[in-house]
Design a protein around this ligand. Structure first.
Ligand code: NAP
Length: 278
């Protein structure tokens, strides 16, 4: 089985970003990372995103607010970031605490700065197959991995396990745009194993530690693991039991070292696009 390395895909995206920056000398574009509270997941993602922006030669600033900030105060602060002409792109770490109406923030965010595609405007563009919008970075990262390794998508039977608004659903639209034949599975899917075994491209985005194994994988399939989970020992792992599929899959992404590294690279690419440099 060939291992599809996120770092290789990220390096390709980095060179595209750096070419765009070299063609437009001056201040590089700035990303605003908006965080409410101190959830460890958010802090880890923010650290990763900030490191990646700096490595790509982009500017980044964290805007952090206390976990108990009121809906009104947060909206006022968010409006200032949203309208700041020095900020080309925004990443809001989700979910926001309950007292903040997340749907209002998704509606408020400037669609042209909405790098992770949370605005209804960008969701509609993803649905319409309009590449001018911003798709959620993780969903797009899956397509980037397939393209970077020149894995044919058109006409391929693709099964996606998971139908969330950030991964499964938008990915199903992106894969349709690439002419894949897409099946989307979820907790009510009657025969998950069968749906997975049909797939030439299998994408796991369920958020369940090692729930898919060799029995779910068709001989010679390409397996993309989006999951980021902690196993019973607290060790980071994907949705796929990587060791069990070694003899069956043709190619697969590991966790860590797979899609995660590509997600932040896509975020960087979106920032450069939002600034009009790409
Ligand atoms: P989510 O909102 O919890 O959605 C999970 C989806 O998987 C739901 O649609 C759910 O079905 C489905 N599902 C859960 N258990 C299942 C099962 N046993 N059988 C079939 N379907 C099942 O999660 P998410 O935000 O999409 O994230 C998914 C995973 O990706 C998580 O591990 C997350 O940490 C990871 N992630 C990684 C990145 C990255 O950069 N690599 C970025 C974002 C998320 P229902 O709709 O029926 O509930």
């Amino acid at each position: 089985m060939q291992i599809l390395k996120g770092a290789d895909v990220s390096a390709k995206i980095k060179s595209q970003v750096q070419q765009a920056l070299a063609a437009h000398p001056g201040q590089p574009p700035k990303l605003a990372v908006v965080r409410v509270g101190e959830r460890p997941d958010d802090l880890a993602y923010e650290r990763g995103a900030m490191k990646k922006m700096e490595a790509f030669g982009l500017r980044v600033q964290s805007f952090a607010y206390p976990a108990d900030i009121s809906d009104g105060d947060f909206k006022e602060a968010f409006r200032a970031v949203n309208e700041d002409p020095d900020v080309s792109g925004i990443l809001v770490l989700l979910p926001l605490p309950k007292q903040i109406r997340q749907a209002d923030i998704a509606a408020m965010i400037d669609p042209d700065k909405d790098l992770d595609g949370i605005s209804p405007v960008n969701m509609a563009k993803v649905f319409a197959g309009d590449a001018a919008g911003f798709a959620p970075c993780t969903a797009e990262a899956v397509v980037e991995v397939l393209k970077a390794y020149e894995i044919p998508i058109a006409g391929k039977r693709t099964t996606i396990v998971g139908r969330s608004l950030v991964v499964g659903k938008p990915l199903s639209m992106l894969m349709l745009k690439e002419n894949a034949t897409v099946t989307v599975c979820h907790t009510k899917t009657a025969d998950l194993k069968d749906a997975c075994r049909q797939a030439e491209i299998l994408v796991a985005a369920a958020g369940r530690a090692r729930m898919l194994n060799a029995e779910h994988v068709k001989e010679g399939a390409v397996v993309i693991d989006v999951g980021i989970n902690a196993d019973a020992d607290g060790k980071l792992c994907g949705d796929v039991d990587f060791e069990s599929i070694r003899e069956k899959a043709a190619m697969a992404t590991p966790v860590p070292g797979g899609v995660g590294a590509v997600t932040t690279a896509v975020l960087a690419k979106h920032l450069v696009r939002a600034a009009g440099l790409m």
